[in-house]
Ligand binder design. Structure first.
Ligand code: NPW
Ligand code: ADP
Ligand code: K
Length: 504
């Protein structure tokens, strides 16, 4: 499903009006009809509109007028006089239909009593035109409303949410339902914005659908994911489903390679190898007898291992490098040499994760333009790669896009909502998953899962998109309480995701 930034939405508004000749008042009328249809099933007796001065307020006045026409009692709290032609027009009609408008300056006891008399609130304070911070008076109003149990519907986006990145400045209207127009905005999905959005409804109010094609941001939904489901040819043998090798592990992180291998096996790869220090090899062997485990020469991975590994690369399709390898100088050197070697060019994909990303951050140019490389950083690792503060990059689509473009690479910035970008600057947001994944080990599971998908024929980019959707969906479909989940339990639920996708 396509998403659009607020700026892109404004451009789509403009083009619909100027190039296609749809009057802006008609768009607003359609927006109001969508809101009316959302409100009517609640059979409210007294509706309160919160109206800002822009077109978001205009939508609310227009919806209010439609409710008045149906005989419902509607009042409006006006925060500023309407400042656009469309908002002024609908403000006037609202009053013509008997709607009462009260100016709001500050949250007094009188206003609190007045608000409590209503059984539904429609938030038309700010829509995609919101920028900066809410004023102290509006913060008071929103906080007061958020604490009340009146049903709340937001027009387009709950007031206070930044539509670009989901930040709230410093609070936002906590909607039970949000009716957005044309397409959802990233701020509806990124946290904390997502927690304020409630149930999101997308109303098609007359924008030509083809205008949304110009957006290069897509939410990974079930439909998109299903298209990537690898085929399982009934007569396939282990070679058909591909071969993965996980290069990982150290005495400190003995489980990381194991979890990555588990991801590859459970997603359906035909053969999984691990290349690890001896201590890790023991752990792998004891837990996953299906894995072909090869040990490094010494207690950590070093350049001495390159020869063995290069020979192994002839037999495999996909490599994961980095899970739990540590940051010893010799290991960093090993990663640099491995990634710079001609040999890895023959692989379908090289998934660069965890401590291998640490090595890459020392010499980022080694990944530049390498077509089969995939990066899977979490915000800490991405911060090191970009030399930007974590706060600057979290939920920052532009930062991920710029990095992918500049380095001519493809990557996933992992998080509660993960951002995936390719070298052309196309973006996918994945919001499957829950806090059951917020535990050490799930990143390893993800990299192995992605590798297993490439081994089965998905392109590196498809595997990034589908792998992160898939692992998140497994966490969602697990019956266990989120806090009790672990990476291996999530892998145990992979079968449920396959079943779920088949039923779609
Ligand atoms: N044809 C169309 O265009 C359609 C538009 N539609 C609807 O219009 C909405 C967009 O309308 P919009 O562009 O008028 O912006 P909107 O969200 O109402 O806010 C702007 C106002 O808020 C103010 N303001 C901003 N930040 C502030 C702050 N921190 N603190 C205080 N004030 C702040 C800002 O002030 P200014 O910056 O101008 O001083 C301005 O007055 C969109 O979300 C959808 O609902 C639909 O009907 C479909 C057709
Ligand atoms: N709250 C959350 N909701 C959904 N997914 C999450 C959440 N927290 C973490 N994840 C996912 O879990 C994985 C964690 O990866 P990472 O931080 O690398 O963990 P690890 O320490 O195991 O390597 C990522 O795929 C991330 O998107
Ligand atoms: K709003």
């Amino acid at each position: 499903m396509k998403l659009v930034f607020p700026k892109q939405m404004k451009e789509i508004d403009r083009r619909t009006i100027e190039e296609f000749g749809i009057p802006s008042l008609l768009l607003m009328e359609n927006a109001a009809t969508a809101l009316e249809h959302e409100i009517i099933p609640f059979s409210p007796h007294k509706v309160l509109l919160l109206c800002g001065s822009g077109n978001n307020g205009g939508d609310a006045y227009a919806a209010g007028r439609k409710l008045l026409a149906r005989g419902i009692e509607v009042s409006a709290l006006r925060i500023g006089m309407p400042s656009t032609r469309e908002a002024r027009f609908n403000y006037k009609l609202f009053k013509n239909f008997g709607g009462k408008v009260y100016g709001f300056k500050a949250l007094t006891e009188k206003i609190k009593c007045f608000i409590k008399k209503h059984d539904l609130v429609l938030d038309g304070l700010f829509g995609v035109g919101f920028k900066g911070m809410l004023s102290a008076e509006i913060i008071d109003l929103i906080e007061y409303l958020n604490a009340l149990s009146i049903f709340k519907i937001a027009v387009d986006i709950p007031s206070g949410i930044n539509g670009i990145n989901g930040t709230v400045n410093p609070v936002a209207f906590k909607a039970d339902t949000t009716v957005t127009f044309g397409a959802a905005k990233p701020g509806h999905y990124f946290f904390p914005g997502h927690s304020f959005t409630g149930l999101l409804k997308i109303a098609k109010i007359g924008f030509p659908e083809k205008l949304f094609e110009t957006s290069n941001i897509e939410l990974v939904d079930d439909k998109l994911a299903k298209a990537f489901l690898p085929e399982r040819i009934p007569w396939g043998h282990k070679g058909t489903f591909g071969k993965v090798c996980i290069v990982g592990g150290s005495s400190k992180y003995t489980g990381a390679a194991l979890l990555a291998a588990l991801g590859s096996i459970r997603i359906g790869a035909g053969m999984v190898y691990t290349f690890t220090p001896k201590e890790t090899q023991r752990v792998v062997r004891n837990s996953l007898p299906e894995v072909i485990s090869i040990a490094s020469k010494s207690a950590i991975l070093t350049s001495e291992d390159l020869e063995t590994l290069h020979a192994l690369i002839d037999d495999i399709d996909t490599l994961v490098v980095g899970t739990g390898i540590g940051r010893a100088d010799e290991t960093v050197e090993f990663v640099k040499k491995l990634l710079s070697s001609e040999k890895v060019k023959s692989l379908k994909a090289v998934i660069i994760d965890a401590d291998a990303l640490y090595a890459v951050s020392k010499v980022p140019e080694i990944i530049m333009g390498r077509e089969n490389f995939l990066l899977t950083p979490h915000p800490g690792e991405f911060s090191r790669l970009t030399r930007k503060a974590v706060e600057e990059i979290v939920n920052n689509i532009d930062a991920v896009k710029s990095f992918a473009r500049e380095m001519e690479t493809r990557l996933i910035l992992k998080g509660a909502v993960s951002i995936i970008a390719n070298e052309s600057g196309n973006i996918w947001l994945n919001n499957t998953g829950n806090t059951g994944l917020a535990k050490a080990g799930s990143g390893d599971l993800l990299s192995g899962t992605i590798a297993g998908l490439v081994a089965q024929g998905l392109s590196p980019l498809e595997a990034l998109i589908f792998g992160s959707y898939f692992m998140g969906k497994a966490a969602e479909l697990a019956q266990e309480y989120e806090a009790t989940l672990s990476a291996s339990m999530i892998a145990d639920n992979y079968g449920k995701v396959f079943e779920y996708l088949k039923t779609l």
